[in-house]
Design a protein around this ligand. Sequence first.
Ligand code: AMP
Ligand code: MG
Length: 486
Amino acid sequence: MKSLADLTFDNRFARLGDAFSTHVLPEPIAEPRVVVVSPAAMALLDLDPREADSEEFAQLFAGHKLWSAAEPRAMVYSGHQFGSYNPRLGDGRGLLLGEAVNEAGQHWDLHLKGAGQTPYSRRGDGRAVLRSSIREFLASEHLHALGIPSSRALCVTASSTPVWREKQERAAMILRLAQSHVRFGHFEYFYYTRQHDQLKQLGEHVLNCHFPACLAQPEPYLAMFREVVERNAELIAHWQAYGFCHGVMNSDNMSILGITFDYGPYAFLDDFDAKHICNHSDDTGRYSFSNQVPIAQWNLAALGQALTPLVEIDALRETLNLFLPLYQAHYLDLMRRRLGVLSSDAGDDALVQRLLQLMQGSAVDYTNFFRELGDSAPAQAVARLREDFTDLAGFDAWAADYLLRSQHDGDDQAQRRTRMHAANPKYILRNYLAQHVIDAAEQGDYAPVRELHQVLSRPFDEQPGFERYAQRPPEWGKHLEISCSS
Ligand code: AMP
Ligand code: MG
């Protein structure tokens, strides 16, 4: 266990130099208070959880103090936003403070979001508000607990510093952890500005730091692209299987590590709806739930384009074509686990698609359906769930096929229940739950956000006494309007 003062740094990205990032000091927020802390994220840095109670903790994560070995930098990148290329984005309100190295030798980027203006702020104030910081914190730690790759979050600090959005709000900061903050948009920036030497340098950095095994391949940059394709196929399969809608899949919000990154107006589906649009500003539904699969491939194509100075275009194309089959295989594996079927069958894809079609329009709760499916033996479970569907004949036909598929699994109901509950969360981060704790936090009451964080960090456990967190949303909770950056 380490104290905060003992963190050691090895700032590999900062060493790439001024073509890649700019030195900027954090601008502190006034009267910082620690809102919520993740002990699991602290453990990644070997930090003693009691450190979170120290005065120094709030000071460090509200921009008042800095480790002497930290080298705060704003990274430059560009990217495609809603399909159009934006030549200059970059860290407009976040700083890479440095790369902390833990006892296992892992590097963790410490990124302080809401740390003030940078050369990339454009017209923004460089700040983050409390509600968006709490949303990112809760989602980061919850997705990780669900087994969905994600950036992590160490803490949120609130302040008395005023910030103007639609109304006056308070500035906050979130400390994000990730093993890399390199986005597809980093490569796009060097490609479109024709800085091919720097493009290569960035590729070398990524290979050395994150994909060393690719260096042994005949074409390391192609192997790197393949790794990014594979990881993102696996990531999107998790999103689709667990009903997660990211909301702003711009290429600057896509991570080369294939982790969920840059949380904005995200949502987990309540009632299943393949066409769900969680981003209030997404008028055309470009980033609707079911579009996430082709959009991920589109973003990978944008990354591939940026790699054309380093790799033969046909080889990139061939690798890009692996995305859909890889996605499909991961997705089906996850859905089989959610359905509790142990073997695989050529008809599984149809079994899943038919179920989703029946759910669509029936107002069936996506999370609770799968949890309940494992609660009792298959025949009883489908008999109970039948009540929720409008197309009863369709459901009966599906259920008959499902029961046939479940028959061959040799285990008893107790085993089946354990196995299915390990794949089907009881607790999911529903928008209305986030809204409740945000309302309380804005009034200075942080107990609800801390409790919700704790419940959501064990989403597969029953947690007696906390069942209210598994409830479906009230009507208002289904129609919350959440937009991009805040
Ligand atoms: P996002 O929608 O959070 O992914 O942000 C898109 C771009 O806008 C990134 O370059 C951000 O750094 C920048 N940005 C978002 N909000 C602000 C803000 N309040 N101040 C400055 N830059 C911002
Ligand atoms: Mg972003």
